[in-house]
Ligand binder design. Structure first.
Ligand code: FMN
Length: 339
């Protein structure tokens, strides 16, 4: 199950527990928080291949990182093999440790030109894009897919074989179909099927890991080589440490609301250091909601943060709040959130 260290495509990673790419969420402040808990790999938000090769400044900003964040992966989204090659070179030059190809994004805007999960309908093109990327760089190239486009076209095992033949260093499978979006439970049987289809390429399982117990169950169910945690990292950046300790048989760290307060404040501080005041306020509302959602008694604080007019107001609210008046509740946890 847990492998420490974990070797992937010539890299030696701290472990086989990864933090997912999350568009609109896994920005620099977010990654600064998750990286504290020593994941095997953290990913930037996906970037569009076309935008990267035309050197769009906003796209470059999505790729901001500091040297403490290594090992760090970038993820490309697009469908044109030659452009993917160019984009892969740019990412290698930017110092990334690994490049992943997104074949899972379900958004219509992305799939309509055959990108993201649109590629699931054209597995041969996945092989072509991967070959171009692998040819262009010396760092490992991986791919992240879904189980298939819909229940009637599950083709993840076929894509495993194509990716492995193209020379991909690993494949991550999100055990939902494109049709499912983020709804309904992930079906880990698809991860097991991918593991069975792979000759030697590591298979990273993804979907519905929200705590240490579900991570263990996913390993046992599927035999996967590693796990990628996505929504489970939101508001609990320590989840990788929790999973790791559980799998190593170490005592559980009981996270108190005061621990949560400290981590939330640190996250807010990273946000204010990185963003403009206007953007920081927006981000703090969103991020504050993730952290406070599992806390019974914090609804009013959440609402106050949402209405705060300045960064100072947010920090004053956190300062004045009686943290001993709230407690964690499993039922209210982020795991129950639908996207
Ligand atoms: C807000 C959000 C943004 C996401 N952005 C990306 C992305 O940029 N690239 C990607 O491959 N997957 C992305 N995903 C999918 C996740 O990485 C993951 O595959 C999915 O959430 C299933 O895992 P989970 O059940 O552990 O959340 C995103 C998911 C969410 C909820």
């Amino acid at each position: 199950m847990i492998r420490k260290p974990f070797s992937l495509g010539g890299l030696t990673l701290p472990s086989n527990l990864f933090c997912a790419p999350l568009a609109g969420c896994s920005d620099l402040p977010f990654r600064q928080m998750t990286s504290r808990y020593r994941p095997g790999m953290i990913y930037c938000e996906m970037v569009k291949i076309d935008a990267l090769v035309r050197h769009d400044p906003h796209t470059y900003r999505l790729l901001d990182y500091t040297k403490e964040l290594h090992p760090i992966g970038a993820q490309l989204c697009g469908s044109k093999p030659k452009l993917a090659k160019e984009a892969a070179r740019i990412l290698e030059d930017l110092g990334f440790d690994l490049i992943d190809l997104n074949c899972g994004c379900p958004v219509d805007k992305v799939t309509k030109d055959g990108s993201g999960s649109g590629l699931l309908r054209n597995p041969a093109q996945i092989g072509e894009i991967l070959s171009e990327m692998i040819d262009a760089v010396s760092i490992p190239v991986t791919v992240k897919i879904r189980a298939g486009w819909d229940d009637g076209s599950i083709n993840a095992p076929e894509i495993v074989r194509i990716a492995e033949s193209a020379g991909a260093s690993a494949l991550t499978v999100h055990a939902r179909t494109r049709e499912q979006g983020y709804k309904g439970p992930a079906n880990w049987d698809h991860i097991r099927a991918c593991k069975q289809a792979s000759r030697n390429m590591p298979i990273i399982g993804n979907g519905d890991v929200f705590d240490a117990e579900s991570a263990e169950k996913l390993f046992l169910h599927s035999g996967c080589d590693g796990i990628l945690v996505a929504r489970g990292t939101m508001g609990q950046p320590w989840i990788i440490e929790d999973i790791e300790r559980h799998l190593l048989g170490l005592p559980k760290i009981e996270r108190t609301v005061l621990d949560l307060r400290r981590v939330l404040l640190d996250h807010f501080q990273h946000i204010t250091a990185y963003q403009s005041e206007k953007q920081a306020l927006l981000d703090m509302r969103r991020v504050g909601c993730w952290y406070l959602k599992p806390c019974v008694g914090a609804k009013q604080l959440r609402m106050q943060i949402n209405q705060a007019a300045s960064l100072d107001d947010v920090f004053s609210l956190l300062d004045a709040f009686d943290w001993t008046s709230i407690h964690f509740s499993q039922e209210a946890s982020f795991a129950s959130t639908n996207f």
